[in-house]
Design a protein around this ligand. Sequence first.
Ligand code: PLP
Length: 405
Amino acid sequence: MGFNYQNIRKDFPILDQQVNLRPWTYLDNAATSQRPIQVIEKIREFSVLTNANIHRGTHTHAIRTTEAYENAREIVKDFLHAKEREEVIFTHGTTESINLVAWSFCEKFLSEGDEIIVTEMEHHANIVPWQMACERHHATLKVIPFSDNGELKSELLTALISDRTRIIAVTHVSNTLGTVNPVKEIIRVAHSHNVPVLIDGAQSVPHISIDVQDLDCDFFVFSGHKIYGPTGIGVLYGKRAWLEAMPPFLGGGEMIERVTFEKTTYNELPYKFEAGTPHYVGAIGLGTAIQYILNLGLDHIASYEHHLLTEASEKMKALGNLQIFGETPSKTGVISFQLDQIHPFDLGTLLDQLGIAVRTGRLCADPVMDHYHVTAMTRASFAFYNTSEEIDRFIEALKRIRSMF
Ligand code: PLP
């Protein structure tokens, strides 16, 4: 399949264990991914040998840590194909990145009567911050719907955009439906109306090669823990012009140039948006995680995961009486489904008894649940370290649970 996944499994020791006396089968990668040993070792090495606060000290370890942190920024910049390192801000995750833009951008550019557009398939993290901004500024949230097969009705965008539209926020890949949205075209249409676009890349970065300059997006956000890196670290990419124009989000150390009681002036980019001690160990771990997947090759990862998705979808459909939510041709390795009338919580609990980890519930996407008139779903999501054998185990488990009901 382009790379040897038996060797890859050795990099993920957590996968080699039993849960409930069965081999553990981890199919909850869209919630969080596992970290390769290279990332764990990097963090350990840093914590054991080098830890010191960054950008503050003149001593050896402070300089080493600062260099490693800024090197991680360079890795992210190259990974996203951003033009300048100043356009890469480290945050605590996708949620914080979106909140940063929803606060700072809207503080400057959103007024009473203005509009923001999101889609019906967003994660709550890309709905609620915009809703809060609309409440603060007496603006309106508009929504691009999707059709029952999970495809975004992006052709409706032109009709939704008005001269009051100030920003569009759209997910690159849906965490529930797996749909890969035509973000480049959405950005093109938005820009033809002079409207900037934020892309939520939380579910796309682990699977799709990103070029923010080619996409021409204004903002792009993602989390470290979904791309085989640590928790508590994330990224906001923003075009320099927007970031320069936006006021700081959080105030404190590092984001300032000079503080007096009369007036404070702010630091230059990217530090203006990095108040306080950042999660520098997380950033360094994220840099290692990105290097790890680049070494595997994003194209190889994508084609292997596509193979897993196709195999799992076909075998699940062959079971009969199983509804898959989201069946667009352009899809990543996420399968949300309903088996017979078995409640997802029962299904998830019984799968766990058989050693299989899936996600159940509303998947942080209430509007998607409302679209299909369900209160919960079960979601299996794949990563490059999953195997055909694990898919077979999952299918056998579904059969067994069905026979119990
Ligand atoms: N956006 C999408 C599409 C997601 O899938 C998630 C997490 O599942 C988030 C945003 C929020 O990410 P985080 O919890 O890492 O901030």
